[in-house]
Write a protein that binds this ligand. Structure first.
Ligand code: SF4
Ligand code: SF4
Length: 310
């Protein structure tokens, strides 16, 4: 049965009337080339959001409570600070999804203070709390650099003060579902504190979506069918309510509109107006464009950019 056919309540096939979050992908350029990257981002990618598209983002942003900035490494977009500063002026809560490693480069040294001064929520990928497992996914030397930046974030109050939120993001190292998020958060907190004196606010456990580099890996290793069957067998109707596509709109580097980052990666556009340049202030409730990769969002405890949903 297709994913859409599994949704019996027609309300759950549509967005809610008041969307919360505008998720904006600033481009595919990244300093890393992680094995699980569904965007297939990397140092050789040239797709970058222009200032013109950002102006449209800011025009539409007045309808939203949260701006969720992603990439690539979003900091590598030359207009990144402009977008963040203008969003903060609008009173919108800003989340930046950072790989943190970029912030060890000389050109980006002042970004952490910029984040703290603007009370930006930082969501940082850390696939595991051990060096071996982390570096296997993200590249040699990544873990040590992330730990160094986490220490600097803690020194600024991140993960320790209530208004400086530091999220860590876990995703599995292979073709299996994430473990229980609450239990894993406890483990992360205990290990990072005892070994590195690091604090963070909360952990998001995210399931790998079978697209992009992870999808290629599944196909190469002959695991694609098995992983899809695992996701389908773990389908949890209770996770439908919290699917992130029901509460957000996702904007690509060129202004194209999607229901989520995963649909963006496979170029499955939203129903209706599908470029931010043509979007009016009033956002209509819309039917969500589903595909079979959506099973990754409803397996087990559910999965979204904010972690488990059920
Ligand atoms: S997963 Fe994130 S840090 Fe890694 S290559 Fe993709 S965008 Fe860059
Ligand atoms: S992949 Fe996107 S469209 Fe599909 S369920 Fe997940 S958030 Fe919704």
């Amino acid at each position: 049965m297709s994913f859409a056919e599994r949704i019996k309540n027609p309300e759950l096939k549509r967005t809610v009337s008041e969307l919360n979050t505008l998720q904006v992908n600033l481009g595919r350029l990244c300093n890393l080339s992680c094995k699980h990257c569904h965007m297939e981002a990397g140092p050789n990618r040239t797709e970058i959001m222009s200032r013109e598209i950002m102006e449209h983002v800011l025009r539409v942003l007045k309808n939203f409570k949260i701006l969720d900035i992603t990439g690539g490494a979003p900091e590598m977009n030359i207009n990144f600070k402009y977008l963040v500063s203008e969003a903060v002026k609008l009173g919108v809560h800003v989340i930046v999804r950072s790989n943190l490693v970029i912030l060890t480069e000389p050109d980006y040294e002042d970004f952490l203070k910029f984040y703290a001064a603007n009370k930006i929520e930082v969501a940082a990928s850390l696939p595991y709390y051990t060096e071996r497992d982390c570096d296997r996914q993200r590249g040699v030397g990544v873990f040590k650099k992330v730990i160094a930046v986490l220490k600097r974030l803690n020194a600024l109050g991140y993960g320790r003060d209530d208004d400086l939120i530091l999220d860590l993001v876990y995703n599995p190292g292979g073709a299996y579902l994430p473990p229980d998020q609450t239990e894993l958060e406890r483990e992360y907190k205990s290990r990072l504190k005892s070994e590195y004196d690091i604090d963070f606010t909360r952990l998001f456990a995210i399931a790998n979506n079978p697209i992009g580099r992870f999808g290629e890996f599944l196909r190469r290793s002959g695991n694609f069918e098995r992983y899809m069957q695992r996701l389908q067998a773990a389908f949890n109707p209770a996770a439908l309510e919290g699917m992130m596509c029901r509460y957000q709109l996702s904007v690509a580097w060129d202004g194209s509109l999607y229901d989520c980052d995963f649909n963006q990666a496979i170029d499955l556009k939203v129903n209706g107006v599908n470029n931010i340049k043509d979007l009016g202030y009033k956002l209509e409730c819309r039917d969500i464009a589903f595909g079979e990769h959506c099973y990754a969002c409803t397996a087990g405890a559910g999965s979204s950019c904010g972690g488990a949903t059920a």
